[in-house]
Design a protein around this ligand. Structure first.
Ligand SMILES: NC(=O)C1=CN([C@@H]2O[C@H](COP(=O)(O)OP(=O)(O)OC[C@H]3O[C@@H](n4cnc5c(N)ncnc54)[C@H](O)[C@@H]3O)[C@@H](O)[C@H]2O)[C@@H](O)CC1
Ligand SMILES: [K+]
Length: 547
């Protein structure tokens, strides 16, 4: 179960370990620095090759050949401390390392200070003001190549925007634009990125401060932070590697983690499916998916196909009379029910074998307004998507009063803003202080208010239950599938959830498993995917999972 920690949770776990006496902060910092060096060589094995000796200071970087060259930028906290360890370890391997410190050495916290001093023993540490790549002359070779840039300015302790006196992205931008081989690694997080929200903290008065600071590799410790997986985090981090610093072996930190367990966000894990265990089709439930009128039935048909493929025993499309002919021509394996107004719908719902409903995809606002209350009154497991959410934009409270705990809402950003305008406003406001309000905070708050599971879509889909249970279905890094953002893909997702609800999954499990499988299907197919392809990948995905 991959956990994602906030800065405060990481601090609590670390502090518990240090306070217990089972480990010192200095030992943790040493392991962190070692982990970073290890990750650098794993990512770029060529850097581990032996090179000539480092030239004597000053002016390491004036040398054209010889040792590998690194620039390590250290900040005023323990992230800087990790940077000093990395600088020392690289120097010990014969690297030429320029180290710059933002802040005063005597203000460093004790562990970082100790490592600053150790680092100074093997070479100098310059003031950040000396770091002026904009004045370095690449053409004349005055500076020579930089092979590696290490960002150790701020980590989980970032609380405000990076000031214009640093302009880190500008400086690193200059450094990398002039140098072909400069690999960029961030310790823990790219400096300026909020560990909890994955948003860069920005000063709205400072245009330059809004630039992007993108890395190829970020090396974090113990667990990924939430910010590595949501919002801009993945784009800034490039690739995130987590290195152990031994905390899992310590009873003290394990106890601290147990205490936090109910608050910790996880990466979404699917619940494995076992359709083979039972064979009668009704044991796998009967899903009813409401369609819109003539010419608008495609979305519901996509959802229905998804529900069927994911294993619902039976799937019925509920169509208005004017669309009956159209839908009948298009479907196989699905059933058709004529559902016109609220009364007729209520009569259909008298069939107690119907155990999962889906309303919204292509439904039309009017029809959704009529039929959603009937669906919710039936107290059946229900997915509300698209038009079924927008239908309540003028009076979200009316919807909240009818929702129950067997519901799942699946808004995208626009739909979330219609139902929860205050939450969306907080989420979309410029992040000026850390920890900033995150997509996780927003989804949890929405789920609590709605009283049911909310799945907030995106490449960083966040799924939350009213009790705070929360996971992130991250389509990033090795699971990146940008081609999943295609018309109708959300309809299929709604169908997947409905199908799993029909199979008896609890709402949170259904939403999580469906979202996870949705990405797996996209990965299975690859680029060129259209929504119709998604359900058709499920058999191959299931085979791989062994179900
Ligand atoms: N012993 C420990 O606690 C360990 C900490 N580790 C490292 O320590 C980091 C966290 O250390 P810290 O909590 O000291 O935090 P940071 O090192 O991230 O930064 C905090 C310092 O920066 C200042 N600051 C924050 N935002 C600023 C801004 N925008 N402009 C100027 N100054 C700003 C703070 O006042 C504080 O002095 C982690 O990211 C990780 O890299 C690792 O070494 C593992 C062990
Ligand atoms: K950093």
């Amino acid at each position: 179960m991959a956990e994602l920690l906030t800065a405060a949770q990481m601090r609590a776990i670390e502090q518990a370990a240090i306070a217990s006496g089972e480990v010192t902060g200095l030992e943790l910092m040493e392991r962190a620095g070692r982990g970073v060096v290890e990750a650098i060589f794993e990512e770029w094995p060529e850097l581990a090759e032996e090179r000539g000796p480092a030239p004597a200071p000053p002016g390491y970087l004036q040398q054209e050949e010889g040792a590998w060259r690194a620039v390590v930028l250290c900040g005023p906290g323990n992230n800087g401390g990790d940077g000093f360890v990395v600088a020392r370890l690289l120097r010990a391997r014969g690297w030429a390392v320029e180290v710059f410190l933002y802040g005063a050495p005597d203000k460093l916290p004790p562990d970082a200070r100790a490592n600053y001093e150790r680092c100074c023993e093997a070479g100098k540490v310059q003031a950040f003001a000396e770091f002026e790549p904009e004045n370095w002359n690449w053409q004349t070779g005055e500076v020579g190549e930089v092979d590696l840039i290490v960002d150790a300015v701020f980590g989980t302790g970032l609380v405000r925007p990076v000031g214009s006196e640093i302009w880190l992205h500008e400086k690193i931008g200059v450094l990398t634009s002039g140098v072909v081989n400069a690999r960029r690694v961030a310790i823990d997080l790219p400096s300026g990125l909020c560990a909890d929200s994955g948003k860069p903290l920005i000063d709205t008065q400072d245009e330059i401060g809004r630039g992007k600071l993108e890395f190829e590799l970020s090396v974090s410790f113990h667990r990924e932070k939430v910010g590595h997986r949501i919002s801009d985090g993945p784009a800034f981090c490039g690739k995130t590697v987590v290195k152990s610093i031994g905390l899992d072996d310590l009873p003290s930190s394990r106890a601290a983690a147990r205490e936090l367990a109910s608050e910790i966000v996880r990466l979404t894990q699917p619940r494995l499916l076992d359709k083979a265990a039972e064979s009668h089709k009704y044991t796998h439930g009967h899903a009813l998916i409401l369609s819109g009128g003539s010419g608008r039935t495609g979305a519901a048909r996509l959802a229905a196909r998804g529900a069927l493929r994911i294993g619902a025993g039976l799937v019925t499309l509920g169509v208005p009379p004017n669309a009956q002919q159209e839908v009948a021509c298009q479907i196989t394996a699905l059933m058709l029910a004529r559902i016109d107004g609220a009364e007729g719908f209520a009569a259909v719902l008298d069939d107690t074998r119907l155990n999962a409903l889906c309303l919204g995809p292509g439904m039309g606002i009017e029809r959704a307004r009529d039929l959603v209350p009937v669906a919710l009154a039936a107290r059946c497991a229900t997915v509300l998507d698209a038009d079924a959410l927008t239908a309540f934009a003028e009076d979200p409270a009316e919807l909240f009063a009818q929702l129950h705990e067997a519901c799942v809402l699946t808004p995208h950003g626009g739909e979330l803003a219609r139902l929860f305008p205050d939450i969306a406003a907080k989420l979309n406001a410029p992040a000026m202080t850390g920890p900033a309000y995150s997509k996780v905070d927003a989804t949890r708050e929405a789920a609590k208010r709605a009283g049911c599971v909310v799945l907030f879509k995106g490449a960083d889909t966040v799924i939350a239950a009213p009790d705070g249970c929360c996971s992130v279905n991250s389509a990033h890094y090795e699971r990146s599938a940008p081609w999943l953002a295609t018309a109708g893909s959300g309809d299929v997702l709604a169908g997947f959830i409905t199908g799993l609800l029909a199979r008896g999954f609890a709402p949170m499990q259904a939403a999580e498993t469906a979202a996870w499988l949705h990405v797996e299907c996209a990965l299975e197919f690859g680029p060129g995917l259209i929504a119709e392809d998604l359900p058709e990948q499920l058999p191959a995905v299931f085979r791989k999972l062994g179900v």
